[in-house]
Design a protein around this ligand. Structure first.
Ligand SMILES: Cc1cc2nc3c(=O)[nH]c(=O)nc-3n(C[C@H](O)[C@H](O)[C@H](O)COP(=O)(O)OP(=O)(O)OC[C@H]3O[C@@H](n4cnc5c(N)ncnc54)[C@H](O)[C@@H]3O)c2cc1C
Length: 321
């Protein structure tokens, strides 16, 4: 017989959004259950230096920060489940969810904090040099390349924004795009083309992230011109892959309102989805900021929104008696 777990607040995801929701939910007396998913601690567990999470004067390590967040959530009463949700029924309350081992979760409110994963080119050398010069987040890692030469790969809004952002740190930014025109909005393109510190290489794709030195770090990119087939090297210390993100929302397709990119839509200024009692926070509903601190902030909002939702329901039930 598979286990059944009932809770007033179920949280999907154990990144900064989910664990912040857990801290606030537990302190509001909701005894939340957190289903951690395949990546307990979320995306920060696959990075090293974090220098922009408030409260720490010195550089901290992503995995350490997430261990502390989990310990804090457990300390105030949240329960962690090492499970992944594979099925969701949001047609009526209480909501019913199923874990991959068959366990059932029954909840009065649901907080979705399943995040969004950066898309990568898929090269072995890219994987090997991630964190050693290869990144998917200029806001997170651009500061580590002060005064160095950097490249951005992509041609949409994110790539152009990343290139422009990187000029705060580097006087030598190269945008590499596989086509002969950009998909980014015109206003962004105008700013990009006008910037004296950004060069663009058109019609080229990265075939190799080149490492060197000891310890090994990125020293350049081998790119292939799509018309001539010629391979050339772009020397750089940092490369930012900016070809988009994929929100983890497949589970909710057809049940929750998603935008055209698959992100969960929330009512402006809240974490409320189109289903009363279901809230979304962190990168799964935010395609603009995508930072640990913004995820934590919206995690707090989701727990407060859920607590108020339950209080209103209880008040209505009492009034109806
Ligand atoms: C390499 C790297 C470096 C970064 N560096 C920084 C930095 O220096 N500073 C900064 O502010 N931000 C940084 N970021 C961005 C930051 O990590 C994210 O913005 C943040 O983690 C988003 O938090 P989140 O809780 O929304 O989602 P995530 O951290 O992505 O967590 C998602 C959670 O959902 C769970 N999950 C997914 N599907 C399911 C399911 N079906 N059932 C149950 N659980 C599920 C996963 O297991 C995971 O625990 C970095 C990101 C990367 C990838």
């Amino acid at each position: 017989m598979s286990a059944v777990h009932s809770t007033r607040m179920l949280i999907l995801g154990s990144g900064p959004a989910g664990l912040s929701a857990a801290i606030y939910g537990a302190r509001a007396g909701l005894a939340p259950i957190v289903v951690q998913g395949l990546q307990p601690g979320g995306q920060l567990t696959i990075t090293t230096d974090v220098e922009n999470y408030p409260g720490f004067r010195d550089v901290i390590q992503g995995p350490w920060l997430m261990e502390e967040m989990q310990a804090q959530a457990e300390h105030v009463g949240a329960q962690m489940m090492w499970d992944t949700i594979v099925d969701v029924d949001l047609s009526e309350r209480p909501f019913k969810l199923t874990g991959d081992g068959g366990a059932t979760y029954v909840c009065d409110t649901l907080v979705i904090a399943t995040g969004a994963q950066a898309k990568w080119l898929g090269l072995e050398s890219e994987q090997k040099l991630r964190g050693q010069g290869v990144s998917a987040c200029a806001t997170c890692d651009g500061f580590f390349f002060r005064g160095k030469k950097v490249a951005v790969i992509g041609g949409g809004n994110t790539a152009v924004e990343e290139a422009l952002y990187l000029t705060n740190h580097s006087h030598d930014v190269t945008l590499i795009h596989r086509r002969d025109s950009l998909r980014a909005e015109k206003i962004l393109q105008d700013r990009l083309f006008a910037h004296p510190n950004i060069d663009i290489i058109w019609d080229s794709e990265v075939v190799e992230f080149v490492g060197g030195g000891d310890p090994e770090a990125l020293v350049g990119l081998d790119i292939r011109n799509k018309h001539t087939g010629a391979i050339s090297r772009v020397e750089c210390d940092g490369a930012f892959v900016a070809i988009g993100h994929k929100p983890a929302t497949e589970l909710f397709e057809g049940q929750i309102d998603l935008d055209s990119d698959g992100y969960i839509r929330v009512q402006v200024g809240t974490t409320k989805t189109n289903i009363p009692g279901v809230f979304a926070c962190g990168d799964v509903m935010d395609k603009i900021y995508r930072q640990a601190v913004t995820a934590a902030g919206t995690g707090c909002m989701a727990a407060l929104d859920a607590e108020r939702f339950l209080a209103a329901q209880e008040f209505e039930a009492l009034a109806a008696e």
